[in-house]
Write a protein that binds this ligand. Structure first.
Ligand SMILES: Nc1ncnc2c1ncn2[C@@H]1O[C@H](COP(=O)(O)OP(=O)(O)OP(=O)(O)O)[C@@H](O)[C@H]1O
Ligand SMILES: [Mg+2]
Length: 323
């Protein structure tokens, strides 16, 4: 059996926008996802993540390229492919005129489940996602978080071979966020469901994903384990300085200081990538005094996926909920 559940080859999506203009949202992306893997797909707003997911889940047609799902062309066999897929889309695509329970049953039956099993599974998932009490309410009366929980329950109920989660934590409180990860992990471990996860929270893929892809402006910038990605940045020891005035010339002089591998300005901070895990803080503080600037804060940290992300995309992940 092929070790890859998903093979994406030179995938492209071009949108026709106003006045005959074209916009390439996905530009020639290629990657594989291993069977049973938890795969992270990260990128800033507008990177092309949802557009990619929409092609991988047959919701949109690709402009060019090939998608092989479980050894078969998804583009040529969309109906067959759809049966293997579960998806939590970024937008609310529930049937608003049906109750929560009806949404689940309708979906389970579409996937060929018998009435008895569908009812049993619906009970189980309504309970897991805290919706049992409100199961007979119309979805149009649901809060954002409740609708999100129902979308997640619906994506899992038919035990897909591959589950696509496009920012699934959006709108979830910390308790349901934990339940989501618990259920996702259970599906992955017990049923062997492959997980394809997009999220804006960097700590989540770091803990959950075996491999992570970083995309920006429709292109794949990096792919590897979190440890491999962290090796892409100049150093694991980063000194961040907040200065009263941040002058681009500081980067030039800081670069020449002993022990500094690279200097950069990011998000209003001067970042020094240090050779040593124990840099000489006194020396650095004295250097700021010589620059006639006031040091407001200085800290040392090990690199995180956030640093990799900023290094590769020049952008900081924007968290929809907290900002
Ligand atoms: N139907 C469309 N017509 C034209 N442009 C589109 C369409 N859908 C998406 N785009 C554009 O494609 C780019 C990628 O959008 P996409 O939704 O895939 O980004 P994303 O990585 O999912 O971002 P986010 O983190 O905000 O969810 C954006 O510039 C977006 O405006
Ligand atoms: Mg998106």
């Amino acid at each position: 059996m092929n070790n890859n559940i998903l093979e994406v080859k030179n995938l492209k999506k071009t949108f026709h926008v106003k006045n005959g203009h074209k916009f390439e949202a996905v530009k020639d992306i290629s990657f594989d996802v291993k069977r049973g893997e938890v795969f992270g797909f990260l990128g800033p707003n507008g990177a092309g993540k949802s557009t990619t997911i929409s092609m991988l889940t047959t919701q949109r047609t690709a402009t060019a390229g090939e998608i092989i799902l479980d050894g078969k062309s998804l583009i040529k066999n969309p109906v067959e492919a759809r049966r293997k897929i579960g998806v939590v889309a970024q937008h609310n695509n529930l049937e608003r005129g049906l109750t929560a329970r009806e949404n689940l049953i309708y979906h389970a039956k579409y996937f060929g489940m018998e009435t008895k099993t569908a009812n049993k599974k619906a009970d189980e998932y309504l309970e897991k996602f805290g919706l049992a009490d409100r199961q007979h309410d119309y979805v149009r009366s649901y809060s954002g978080g409740m609708a999100q929980r129902l979308k997640i329950a619906r994506s899992m109920i038919h035990i897909p071979e591959i589950l696509f989660l496009d920012e699934p934590t959006t709108g979830l409180d910390p308790i349901y966020r934990a339940i989501l990860w618990e259920q996702m992990t259970a599906l992955n471990k017990t049923a062997g469901t492959t997980i394809f996860l997009t999220t804006h929270y960097m700590e989540e893929p770091e803990q959950l994903c075996q491999r992570i892809a970083i995309v920006d402006q429709g292109e794949l910038k990096a792919l590897g384990t979190s440890a491999e990605l962290k090796e892409m940045i100049p150093s694991n020891n980063i000194v961040s300085m907040k200065l009263s005035d941040l002058n681009a010339s500081y980067v030039e002089t800081a670069k020449t200081l002993p022990g500094v591998k690279k200097a950069a300005i990011q998000n209003g901070l001067l970042l020094l990538y240090m050779n040593d895990a124990q840099p000489d803080f006194n020396y650095l503080i004295n250097w700021t005094k010589q620059q006639n600037t006031t040091l407001q804060n200085i800290s040392l940290s090990s690199s995180t996926l956030d640093d990799v992300f900023i290094h590769l995309t020049g952008k900081e992940i924007i968290n929809h909920e907290n900002k």
